[in-house]
Design a protein around this ligand. Structure first.
Ligand code: 3EB
Length: 394
């Protein structure tokens, strides 16, 4: 096992697990519908120039950005979530399949044969209610995704400022939840079981900023046995429950992805370890491991996520908590991962951080398995077998 102690390094690798099996594998072609990577923003111009039709989208975390040349119709998301470690990084979504772009009104979409990456920003006009603004945005994005042939939502990201501020007698997060619930309950087929994984984070400024991943084929939504389903939270947290699943699994021919929602120090439906960033971090790791293990149990355990790729985003309310959180993650992160730290506000005042992630695993044919055992694409393990034990000690 090797660990990189890279205190200056921006994107850091977590603990690397040794390969669990010693069985040789035959790698399949690395075709993928999407992959995400953190790229230094100074490299974006070059990237867009060299692979213009293979970029699905870009998520930037810098407030003072210059215009990107060569971006054309590619959806670019700008979030005022100051990065807390190292040189500015953008999250870049690429595809090995050619990408086509579509813009209708303010919804910008990039599509390939399997998935659609979409983004929209809606200014909140003075006097407008956030629930109405959210309802309208969700209505339109659902309509658009369906019209383009991608009716299945896999993952939603929601950002807006002053998430904990009360206006008109209701916290803005609760207003947001009400609008989102209304639109999805009316229009998402199979609601609430088909709800996608999601993030909702408060930015320091900006419009209501939503981006999402939708697909031609449905994903599998996964819940966390340690947590109450968010869409079944009691009304204590707001008149309408938060509409999301804890994770979405997307299996495909050459790869599998687990899209993990913003995960907080919530057990059951209760926020735990109030005022204690270290303990919240450990609780989140416990939640993540439980979720990943659960996904593995549901969908088969013949995969090694230990040498797959994982991108994590850690949202932190108070920048001064970064060193403590980072020390824990460097020591205990159960898989090989790149971690980006951003300053943002969680939807409950007492939550100090939240971690989301995208795990990816390329298929590889295990030559000890027969071909008949290989429909494998639906039976992919989420983590190396070592991780649950390790995290139990956490
Ligand atoms: C929680 O577990 C923490 O409203 O979309 C995490 C991820 C949270 C997504 C959302 C909220 C959302 O309830 C909060």
């Amino acid at each position: 096992m090797s660990r990189t102690k890279s205190n200056q390094c921006v994107v850091e690798r977590g603990v690397e697990w040794p390969s669990v099996t010693s069985t040789p594998s035959i790698p399949l072609p690395t075709a993928h519908a999407f992959r995400t990577e953190y790229v230094e923003t100074t490299r974006l111009d070059t990237l867009l120039k060299t692979s213009p039709s293979h970029v699905l989208g870009i998520v930037r975390h810098d407030r003072n950005h210059g215009e990107l040349r060569g971006a054309g119709a590619c959806p670019i998301v700008y979030l005022d979530l100051p990065q807390l470690n190292g040189p500015p990084l953008a999250e870049v979504w690429t595809s090995t399949q050619p990408v086509t772009y579509h813009q209708a009104e303010d919804i910008r979409c990039a599509m390939n044969d399997e998935v659609l990456f979409g983004a929209l920003q809606v200014e909140e006009r003075p006097g407008a209610q956030l629930d109405t603004v959210t309802y309208d945005a969700y209505r339109r994005l659902l309509l658009q995704a369906r019209a383009l042939g991608y009716p299945h939502l896999l993952r939603m990201w929601n950002y807006f400022p002053h998430i904990n501020r009360v206006s008109n007698g209701l916290e803005r997060y609760q207003q947001f939840c009400a609008g989102r619930y209304q639109a999805l309950a009316e229009d998402l087929s199979g609601f609430p079981r088909t709800l996608p994984a999601a993030t909702a984070i408060g930015t320091l400024s900006g419009p209501l900023n939503i981006h999402f991943l939708a697909a031609r084929l449905p994903g599998t939504h996964v819940e966390n046995p340690r947590q109450v389903r968010a869409y079944e939270y009691p009304s204590l947290y707001g008149p309408r429950s938060p509409s999301f699943a804890r994770a979405t699994l997307r299996p495909s021919l050459y790869e599998a992805n687990l899209l993990i929602s913003g995960t907080a120090s919530v057990v059951g439906h209760i926020s735990v370890h109030i005022g204690e960033p270290q303990k919240q971090t450990l609780e989140i790791l416990h939640n993540l491991t439980t979720l990943i293990t659960h996904a593995e149990q549901l969908h088969g355990a013949d995969r090694r996520w230990g040498n797959g790729h994982a991108l994590l985003k850690v949202y932190i309310r108070h920048p001064e908590h970064v060193p403590a959180v980072r020390t824990i993650l460097q020591e205990r992160m159960p898989f090989h991962s790149r971690v980006l730290y951003l300053q943002g506000e969680m939807c409950r005042r007492e939550l100090l951080l939240e971690i989301e992630g995208i795990l990816g695993q390329e298929s590889s044919i295990d030559i000890n398995r027969t071909v008949s055992q290989l429909p494998g694409r639906h039976q992919q393990s989420m983590v190396s077998q070592h991780e649950p034990d390790r995290l139990k000690r956490a």
